[in-house]
Ligand binder design. Structure first.
Ligand SMILES: C[S@@+](CC[C@H](N)C(=O)[O-])C[C@H]1O[C@@H](n2cnc3c(N)ncnc32)[C@H](O)[C@@H]1O
Length: 355
C-alpha cells in the first residue's frame, strides 16, 4: 500500500514559527530540563497563586539572573506563564515535570542521546553508530556496551526500554497462554521481566531467555530474586552470529521490541533462524511499536525520534519499523502472519506468525 502521512496545510507564518522551534530545540530542551531539575516547576505546581522571580530563585538556590533566563525560555516553550510579575505553571509544564512517559523520554534523550547526536550526519553517511563511537567507545552496537556504560546511561536506557514493554506484558499474558503453551523461548529477553511475568502467570510454563552474556547477568540476578530459577533458564548468544541455531522444542517464540534493533537484512536472517527452530505448531509472536499503528500524534513523533537513536547510538542501521515493512520481512523469511493484534499497552502491535 502507498504510504500517506502528514500534509502541508499551515500558513507561512506558522511554518516559519515552527522552523524556529526546530532551530532552537536543543537549547530549549536543556532550559526545560533545568526548569525541571532545579525544582522550579515542582515549586510552581504547588503554588496556585504563582510565585515571583525572587521567590523562585531563592527556592531553586540559583541567582535571579539564572532563574530569569530559564523562566523566559519557559514562557516561549509554554511551560510557564506570567501575570503581574508572578509565574505560574502551564498544563505542558505539569506534564513535563509530573508525567512518567515524558520524564522517561526526556532522560533517554539527555543521558543516552544528547552528546552523541552531534555526530548524526556521520552516522547517516557511514551506517555506523558514530555517536556511540565518538562519545562512549568502539563497540559494534550499544547492546554489547550496555553492561559497561555509565550508570546514568544504563538507568535511562533501561527505564526507556522497560516503560514501553512493562505496560504491555500483563495484557499479553492471556494472548500468549491461550493455547496453554508449556515452553516459551524469549529472544532478546533482556533483564528477564517478560520471562518472570510468564512464570508467575502460569505455574507450569518453562521459559528460556536468549540474549548477550552482559544482559543475562542482570536477568540471572532477577530470576534468582523472583524464585523461578527452576523454570527460567538463560542461553547466552550473539544473535548476529547467524550460524548459531536457536534451541528447538518450544511452543512459542517471543520477540518483543527486539527486531527494531536490527537492519532489514538482519531481521530476515533472525526470523529465518527462529523459523528453523519452529515445528508446524510453534508460533512466533513479534511485538513492536510500529509508527503507523499509533493512536496519538505524540507516539508517532516519539518513534520517529527513536529511529534516529538506532542510527546514531544503537547500531547505525535499524529503525522503528512501519508495520507493512515488518510484515514483508517476515514473509521474506518464509513465515505467514496469521493475526495482527493492535493497541496492546501504550503503543504495541503483535504479529502472530506461523510456518
Ligand atoms: C530493546 S531490548 C528489548 C528487551 C525486551 N525484549 C523488552 O521487550 O523490553 C533488545 C534486546 O535485544 C538484545 N540484543 C540486541 N542485539 C543482540 C545480539 N546481537 N545478540 C543477542 N541479543 C541481542 C539486547 O541485549 C536487548 O536485551
Amino acid at each position: 500500500m502507498a504510504r500517506n502521512y502528514g500534509n502541508d496545510n499551515k500558513s507561512a507564518l506558522q511554518a516559519k514559527t515552527d522552523a524556529q522551534k526546530i532551530a532552537f530545540a536543543p537549547i530549549m530542551f536543556q532550559a526545560a530540563k533545568a526548569l525541571r531539575d532545579f525544582g522550579i516547576l515542582s515549586f510552581l505546581r504547588k503554588e496556585k497563586n504563582g510565585k515571583t522571580l525572587k521567590e523562585i530563585a531563592e527556592k531553586a538556590g540559583i541567582s535571579e539572573y539564572g532563574a530569569l533566563v530559564l523562566l523566559e525560555a519557559g514562557l516561549s516553550t509554554e511551560l510557564v506563564y506570567v501575570v503581574n510579575d508572578k509565574y505560574f505553571i502551564t498544563k505542558t509544564g505539569y506534564f513535563w515535570v509530573a508525567d512518567k512517559l515524558t520524564r522517561v523520554n526526556t532522560d533517554f534523550t539527555h543521558d543516552v542521546n544528547y552528546k552523541g547526536f552531534f555526530h548524526l550526519q556521520e552516522a547517516v553517511k557511514t551506517g555506523k553508530p558514530a555517536g556511540l563511537h565518538k562519545e562512549f567507545g568502539s563497540w559494534a552496537t550499544v547492546y554489547e556496551a550496555l553492561a559497561e556504560m555509565p550508570e546514568q546511561f544504563r538507568k535511562s536506557w533501561f527505564n526507556f526500554d522497560h516503560y514501553y514493554s512493562d505496560d504491555s506484558f500483563p495484557e499479553v499474558m492471556p494472548v500468549i497462554f491461550k493455547n496453554n503453551p508449556k515452553k516459551i523461548l524469549d529472544i532478546g529477553g533482556n533483564t528477564g521481566k517478560f520471562a518472570i511475568k510468564c512464570a508467575s502467570f502460569n505455574k507450569d510454563a518453562k521459559i528460556t531467555i536468549l540474549d548477550l552474556p552482559g544482559q543475562l547477568k542482570d536477568a540471572e540476578k532477577n530470576i534468582k530474586k523472583s524464585g523461578f530459577s527452576d523454570r527460567i533458564s538463560t542461553y547466552p548468544i550473539n544473535l548476529l552470529d547467524f550460524s548459531k541455531p536457536y534451541p528447538k522444542g518450544y511452543d512459542i517464540i517471543w520477540m518483543s521490541q527486539f527486531l527494531d534493533c536490527f537492519s532489514e537484512g538482519e531481521v530476515v536472517k533472525l526470523i529465518k533462524n527462529a523459523s528453523d527452530a519452529m515445528n508446524k505448531n510453534t508460533e512466533l509472536f513479534i511485538m513492536e511499536t510500529f509508527w503507523d499503528k499509533q493512536r496519538f500524534e505524540a507516539s508517532t513523533y516519539s518513534l520517529h525520534a527513536t529511529s534516529l537513536y538506532f542510527t546514531c547510538i544503537a547500531n547505525g542501521n535499524s529503525r522503528m519499523y512501519h508495520s507493512e515493512d515488518m510484515i514483508k520481512l517476515t514473509e521474506k523469511a518464509g513465515l505467514k502472519v496469521s493475526e495482527i493484534i493492535e493497541n496492546v499497552g501504550v503503543s504495541h502491535t503483535i504479529l502472530r506468525c506461523k510456518k
